[in-house]
Design a protein around this ligand. Structure first.
Ligand code: F0G
Length: 477
């Protein structure tokens, strides 16, 4: 392995002969050229990874080189919070990289949330992915997938989405002008902040009469039957970009791994990417130990939680019990169990990256939990009161950390990073509903499904248009 003692000028691209796509199931292990497009392994149907021959690639001898050399650079590849780590996702032809300045995010120590979770000062850090150009972590992955799409000369791209992927795809398509975006969304369940982005950025928006799981099934079929490039996290190049979230977390902690990374789980792309990032860094000798990853479902969309904690499903070195998964979904369909949560971003019951998430759990000694919507929205209000705020799904990480602390799975002295995946303004209805709606208004908006126990509601105070009345209220504060 060539160890870099400094970073600076990029050498000629080595990607073509040192990176390829590979089936993640070791029993198959089929490989595919880097410059080819496959949804899954053509031989066995499993997911694909981007794999590297690290022996032939130049890798820094320590992680601190990245921020020493690139954190303040104005070069577009260095400004990107993804591509300034390009030696750790070395698949791209660098002249084909499509970046819109993604990944300029922050890791913030947040003692108010530490107290809420049941930890002492300095124990909780929030990773604000809502600061990305489209307002969610998806931009980290989209720059990876767009770069591969550019290498392939794609002209059309599609995704299914609970909202953020479609917003990100639409934004990248609009800014780059490289290709036309077609987004598939379920009916009625997408938060308006996200829908407004897809529409305004000019993506063709197909509203399927069904939910996300239906849209996901359809978009895969459409991409197989046409030349649309699939931008969902099935696409391994998206997950290469999302690895960078962990590089920035480590950077924010001065390259000292935390004890835990807690992340919401929907389609399970992020958790999959995090596990791969840590496995590679450890293999390369760049981190001394691997943090534990906790994946948090909503109880209304808890396929992973049930599969892992009830059915006992494990990665098992790649020998996953497919029959158990099939039986689980048969049962789910027989019971007509659909995903249903106010954390609409993770309203998913058939996560496409299930295998990779199981692998992450094995590699990181991880855990899975599910938290109810009430806990998610309470946690969200606490995040808002202590920081930049987040959308409901993101706060599942904080609610999950709190649960894991209560269960003493997270120890009292451990350092925990919660990933806040999306911006507060993505879903203003959820926020206003929580803080301002009474029971009747909630029932009208959500039917029997409203959240009634807003423990941290910050209610607006109605006052007459009268100075004395206003002063009376102010003086009581
Ligand atoms: N948080 C937010 C804000 C999301 O938008 C998503 C996924 C997740 C968490 C879950 O991440 O899928 O990697 O496990 N949103 C996808 C979408 C599904 O279509 O925007 P995951």
């Amino acid at each position: 392995m060539k160890r870099l003692l400094s970073l600076g000028h990029d050498g000629p691209s080595r990607a073509a002969d040192s990176a390829w796509q590979q089936c993640i199931r070791p029993a198959c292990g089929a490989t595919y050229e880097l410059k080819s497009v496959h949804q899954r392994c053509e031989r066995c149907g499993a997911l694909l990874d981007v794999a590297y021959d690290w022996e032939r690639l130049p890798v820094p001898d320590r992680l601190a080189l990245f921020d020493e050399r690139r954190a303040s650079s104005r070069h577009p590849l260095d400004y990107s919070g993804v591509w300034r780590f390009r030696e750790l996702l070395p698949f791209a032809d660098l002249d084909k990289v499509l970046t819109i300045g993604e990944g300029q995010t922050q890791l913030r120590r947040t003692d108010g949330i530490a107290a809420y979770v049941g930890l002492g000062p300095g124990r909780i850090f929030l990773q604000y992915e809502g600061l990305n150009p489209s307002g969610s972590f998806k931009d980290n992955g989209m720059t990876g997938a767009f770069t591969h799409a550019n290498m392939m000369g794609a002209k059309y791209a599609a995704c299914a989405s609970t909202g953020n992927t479609s917003a990100s795809l639409a934004l990248f398509a609009g800014v780059s002008g490289l290709l036309k975006a077609i987004v598939f969304i379920g009916s009625g369940r997408i938060a308006y902040g996200k829908l407004s982005q897809a529409l305004d950025y000019g993506a063709t928006t197909l509203q399927i009469a069904g939910d996300f799981d239906d849209a996901m099934r359809q978009v895969q079929e459409v991409c197989l039957q046409t030349n649309l490039y699939l931008m969902n996290s099935l696409n391994p190049f998206r997950l290469e970009g999302q690895k960078a979230i962990m590089y920035r977390v480590l950077e924010g902690l001065n390259w000292e791994p935390p004890d835990w990374v807690v992340v919401p789980g929907g389609n399970l792309g992020n958790s999959s990417a995090f596990g791969k990032a840590f496995a590679e860094l450890h293999q390369l000798g760049l981190i001394p130990r691997i943090p534990r990853v906790a994946i948090i479902n909503s109880t209304g969309a808890d396929a992973l939680d049930r599969l892992v904690n009830q059915a006992g499903l494990r990665w098992n070195g790649g020998a996953v019990d497919d029959a158990a998964i099939a039986a689980f979904y048969t049962q789910m369909d027989a019971e007509k169990r659909k995903a249903h949560t106010l954390a609409s971003a993770i309203e998913i019951n058939r996560p496409v990256n299930l295998d990779k998430a199981l692998r992450t759990l094995e590699v990181t000694n991880g855990v899975v939990r599910a938290v109810p919507d009430e806990a998610i929205l309470d946690a969200k209000a606490q995040v808002g009161a202590c920081g930049f705020g987040c959308e409901p799904a993101s706060a599942a990480s904080v609610a999950g950390a709190r649960l894991l602390r209560e269960q003493d799975v997270i120890g009292r002295d451990e350092r925990v990073v919660c990933i806040l995946t999306g911006h507060l303004l993505k879903d203003p209805d959820a926020t206003v509903g929580y803080h301002a709606f009474d029971d009747e208004q909630l029932r009208r908006k959500y039917g029997s499904f409203g959240v009634r126990h807003a423990r941290h509601a910050n209610r607006p105070i109605p006052v007459p248009d009268d100075i004395e009345a206003i002063l009376r209220v102010i003086r009581q504060l």
